[in-house]
Design a protein around this ligand. Sequence first.
Ligand SMILES: Nc1ncnc2c1ncn2[C@@H]1O[C@H](COP(=O)(O)OP(=O)(O)OP(=O)(O)O)[C@@H](O)[C@H]1O
Ligand SMILES: [Mg+2]
Length: 250
Amino acid sequence: MNTCHNKCVLKVVGITQEYNHKNIIEDIHIQLHQGEFVSILGPSGCGKSTLFNVIAGLLTPETGQVFVNDVDVTGETGVVSYMYQKDLLLPWRNVIDNGILPLEIRGIPKKAAREKVKAMLPVFQLEDDGEKYPVQLSGGMKQRVSLLRTTMFSREIMLLDEPFGGLDAITRLKMQEYLLEILKKIQGSVLFITHDIDEAIFLSDRIYIINGAPAHIIEEIIVPVKHASPEEMMTSGELRQLRSDILKRL
Ligand SMILES: Nc1ncnc2c1ncn2[C@@H]1O[C@H](COP(=O)(O)OP(=O)(O)OP(=O)(O)O)[C@@H](O)[C@H]1O
Ligand SMILES: [Mg+2]
């Protein structure tokens, strides 16, 4: 089920992953289309980060495959960009030098890498902060540096694992709007982990609900109102119903 007619950039087929001989996630099927924003919504500890580790190639699954643009990349790292749940900035590097990390790994000379990152600073509202060190940044600014670094790796497919989890409610709302603005500029496809129902509804085109032990996809939802305003979130009967349907499944 999908409402998006763009090509499928990422396809996850029948992934099962175990830890210590126990299946954590089982028979997971997911598709992400070009330009789409898709959330994986599920309770804490159910296996969402494990699923991302498989998609990013850090874990090789017991069964199943990961396809990027129809090429089998199961167990291969370096294909999609990945912002970890606890994405830490290197404290001894300033904003620019944190941003160049993915470029350095690819062997791009530092000077050229710094120019590329500097050019992106305004997109992330960090134009005056390039020389600052992580200790001088607010929580929201650090998250923007992490996002910038993630997009320096590749913008085609981005896996974002609860990128706003540690932020206060107001900063979190700002960052959500801000992420949508960035995406308009850089045109990527995003798979986004959250356990916040409203965050998933606000940001997503589609939502996969994952739950159970072992965890599997129990429902796929097409969000009926795209990027609902806070007022619509409160007043729309359709969204209220959706929220309560989702809550019953978590
Ligand atoms: N390296 C590991 N070795 C063994 N078990 C692990 C490992 N990593 C995770 N697990 C277990 O796998 C299960 C799923 O963990 P995972 O981190 O994927 O959950 P999650 O859905 O991302 O949770 P959260 O929302 O709290 O981040 C948990 O029971 C966890 O204890
Ligand atoms: Mg997690």
